[in-house]
Design a protein around this ligand. Structure first.
Ligand code: IDP
Ligand code: MG
Length: 153
């Protein structure tokens, strides 16, 4: 099964939406295998958003990601990376489809509720960036046979 990284951004913590957002992933049937609250630093953000280093909004983006601690979550499931990205919606909340997290909960291009890994390769790197091996857990959900058909697992 795939694993993917989700960060609940400071805007989500400030707006009291942590429970609602986690609940969406839980109800979908994704399995939570790691979660922790973390204060992000310039160092980790420069790595995490290295593809945006040259952008004029990079400083504001880093500041917004340091405004409060974030919740880092690792979710597991079949095709989890794609499923979580689809649930997240497009970057700008004003353009994101209704029904997606960004489409339902935000009006911003930057204060957009969650970060979600965008590929299997990125997910592997990002999970390592935010979690130590011993902070991720293996367990069998008791309802697994009702989440997936036997020939899907
Ligand atoms: P993603 O979060 O949808 O994968 P990325 O392009 O990887 O989008 O950008 C990372 C984050 O940087 C976005 O979630 C958003 O917070 C911020 N960001 C991206 N583009 C802009 C922009 O044009 N203005 C302000 N912030 C932006
Ligand atoms: Mg991205």
């Amino acid at each position: 099964m795939e694993k993917t990284l989700v960060l609940l951004k400071p805007c989500t913590v400030q707006r009291g939406l942590v429970g609602e957002i986690i609940s969406r992933f839980e109800k979908k049937g994704l399995k939570l295998i790691g979660m922790k609250m973390m204060q992000l630093t310039d160092e980790i953000l420069c790595e995490h958003y290295s593809h945006l280093r040259e952008k004029p909004f990079f400083g504001i983006l880093k500041d917004s990601m340091k405004a409060t601690p974030v919740l880092a979550c690792c979710w597991e499931g079949i095709d989890a990376v794609r499923v979580v990205r689809t649930m997240t919606g497009s970057t700008n909340g004003r353009n994101a489809d209704p029904g997606t997290i960004r489409g339902d909960y935000c009006m911003s291009n930057q204060q957009n509720i969650v970060h979600a890994s965008d590929s299997l390769e990125t997910a592997a790197v990002e999970i390592k960036r935010f979690f130590k091996e011993e902070e991720l857990f293996e367990y069998t959900p008791s309802n697994l046979n009702f989440m997936y058909a036997l020939d899907e697992m």
